[in-house]
Write a protein that binds this ligand. Structure first.
Ligand SMILES: [Zn+2]
Length: 259
C-alpha cells in the first residue's frame, strides 16, 4: 500500500516536468502511429511513455547501446497498446532486453524465477511470465516507421504480457465481467477458422502463426487490430469489435483520418 502510494507520488512528480523536447522529435520521426492520434491521445501516450522509460530496466544486448531513440520508440508502441486502459504499465514485465536484430535464443536468461511461456520461431521477440521481454530493435524500427502491414513486434510481445496478467498465457487477458462470455463466443470460432486455414495452407489476413495456440492468436489479432485495423474490421468485424471493447480505442478511425 505504502509502496503503491510512493510510486504514485513519483509518477506525479515525473509527469509534472515538461516533456523532453528531443523525445518529441523522436516520436515524430520514428513512430508513425503517433501522428495518427488526436491531441488528447498523444498527451496520454507521452505520459505513459515517460513512466515506462523511467520505471523499466532497459538493457541492450549483444553490444547494442541503448539510446533515447530506442527506448522512446519502444515505450511509445507499448503506450499505444494500453492507450485506452487505465493505469496499465505492464507491472509484471520489469525488464526489457533489446537485441540489435533477430537473435538466437540464448542458453540462459535471467527469467526472474518465471517460466518461459513460449518463444517465436524466428526469435524476433519473447515474453516471459514475470521475466524480461526480449525484443529485436531492427524489426521494431521498421514496424514503428511503417504501420499498415499487420506486423508489430512490440504489440505482439506486450499483448502476451497483458494476457499473462491473470496468470497463464491462454489468450484471455483480464476482462471486465461484461466481456467474459463474448470473449469466448468470438475468439473460439475465429481461432478455429485460422487453424483450418493454416492446415489447408490458405492465406488469410491474420498471420498463420496465430494458429499455434490461443495465446498466439490473441497476440497476432492484436497486431492486426492496431496495425491494420481497417482490413481487420472489414474481414473480421466481430473480432475487431471485441478488441475495440477490450482495448477501448478505435484504431480504424486513426487510419481513416490519415487516409
Ligand atoms: Zn508470441
Amino acid at each position: 500500500m505504502l509502496f503503491r502510494w510512493l510510486k504514485q507520488r513519483r509518477r506525479q512528480k515525473l509527469l509534472a516536468e515538461p516533456f523532453p523536447a528531443p523525445w518529441l522529435d523522436i516520436l515524430h520521426e520514428r513512430v508513425a502511429l503517433y501522428r495518427f492520434l488526436d491531441p488528447d491521445q498523444q498527451a496520454r501516450l507521452r505520459d505513459t511513455l515517460r513512466i515506462l522509460v523511467a520505471e523499466k530496466a532497459w538493457e541492450g544486448c549483444k553490444g547494442l547501446v541503448l539510446t533515447d531513440d530506442i527506448r522512446v520508440t519502444i515505450a511509445a508502441l507499448m503506450a499505444v497498446l494500453v492507450l485506452g486502459l487505465k493505469d496499465a504499465y505492464y507491472d509484471n514485465a520489469p525488464t526489457i532486453l533489446v537485441y540489435p536484430q533477430a537473435f538466437r535464443v540464448p542458453e540462459q536468461h535471467p527469467i526472474g524465477g518465471g517460466v518461459a511461456m513460449h518463444s517465436e520461431g524466428e526469435h524476433l521477440g519473447e515474453a516471459h511470465y514475470r521475466g524480461p521481454v526480449i525484443l529485436s530493435w531492427a524489426d521494431i524500427e521498421e514496424d514503428a516507421a511503417q504501420p499498415g502491414f499487420g506486423e508489430n513486434l512490440v504489440f505482439h510481445e506486450f499483448a502476451h504480457q497483458l494476457d499473462m496478467e491473470n496468470g497463464d498465457a491462454d489468450g484471455v487477458p483480464l476482462l471486465p465481467p461484461a466481456l467474459r462470455r463474448r470473449w469466448q463466443q468470438v475468439m473460439a470460432p475465429e481461432f478455429q477458422r485460422l487453424r483450418q486455414a493454416a492446415d489447408r495452407q490458405r492465406r488469410t489476413l491474420l498471420d498463420p502463426y496465430g494458429a499455434t495456440n490461443e495465446a498466439e492468436f490473441f497476440a497476432v489479432a492484436t497486431e492486426e487490430f492496431f496495425d491494420r485495423p481497417l482490413e481487420l474490421r472489414d474481414v473480421h468485424p466481430r473480432l475487431y469489435d471485441l478488441l475495440r471493447e477490450y482495448y477501448r480505442v478505435e484504431p480504424a478511425a486513426w487510419f481513416e483520418r490519415m487516409g
